[in-house]
Design a binder for this molecule. Structure first.
Ligand code: CDP
Length: 210
């Protein structure tokens, strides 16, 4: 059984949905690193302070139910707005933010039995992971999924806007200098465009058990 699983890929590929289910089936801990970048962005938006000032002593916790706490206050819903998505991608380019969050993420994975998702898990955070997945889908399909997700949460938005933001964020994430979104050489590419959630979960479970 693979003890450490890394899942990377662009926005809306389904990383968090499938990783949560895989974690539950294997009895592993799910670690959503994007939520951590989102929490930094939220703190900047809330305080109006620059990234340098909020990063040093920031307290971010994820619990077993994938709830997110920023300085002791639950922010699970607050970090899912389009404004915070943009902000997360903006702060993710700073080396000092990445260094701080990478340290926290490695500490969270130290005991094994984890599935961690993000952009640089297989390449930077856990380069020795036992299984690396690069999960992707076409831009249209990813935009459609994110649009449905936002609509279900009651966020008023339009499809074209969601699509534009996803394209912009993918570009920003894959062209930044430090730890850009990239497939690790030894990662397995999974295109989820025409697969159901259950099919993607089954494939990752098969790979984890092989
Ligand atoms: O859920 P979605 O795929 O839209 O995004 P997310 O995984 O919550 O990540 C939000 C943003 O955080 C991304 O657009 C990246 O800029 C950044 N991020 C990163 O740089 N490195 C990670 N390991 C995870 C997220």
């Amino acid at each position: 059984m693979k003890k450490i699983i890394a899942v990377d890929g662009p926005a809306g590929a389904g990383k968090s949905t499938v990783s949560k289910i895989v974690a539950a089936r294997l009895g592993y801990t799910y670690i959503d690193t994007g939520a951590m970048y989102r929490a930094v962005a939220l703190k900047i938006l809330q305080t109006g302070k620059p990234a340098e000032d909020v990063t040093g002593d920031i307290d971010i916790k994820l619990d077993d139910a994938a709830r997110v706490f920023l300085d002791g206050v639950e922010v699970t819903k607050e970090i899912r707005t389009p404004e915070v998505s943009r902000g997360a991608s903006d702060v993710a380019k700073f080396g000092f933010v990445r260094k701080k969050l990478t340290e926290l993420q490695r500490a969270m994975a130290i005991q094994g039995k984890v599935i961690m998702d993000g952009r640089d898990i297989g390449t930077q955070v856990l380069p020795n992971a036992d299984l690396k997945i690069f999960l992707t889908a076409t831009v249209d399909e990813r935009a459609r999924r994110r649009f449905e997700e936002l609509k279900a949460k009651g966020n008023v938005t339009d499809f074209e806007q969601v699509r534009k933001e996803i394209i912009l964020r993918d570009k920003q994430d894959s062209t930044r200098e430090i730890a850009p979104l990239a497939k690790a050489e030894d990662a397995i590419l999974l295109d989820s465009t025409n697969l159901t959630i259950e099919q993607v979960v089954a494939e990752i479970l098969r790979l984890a058990r092989s």
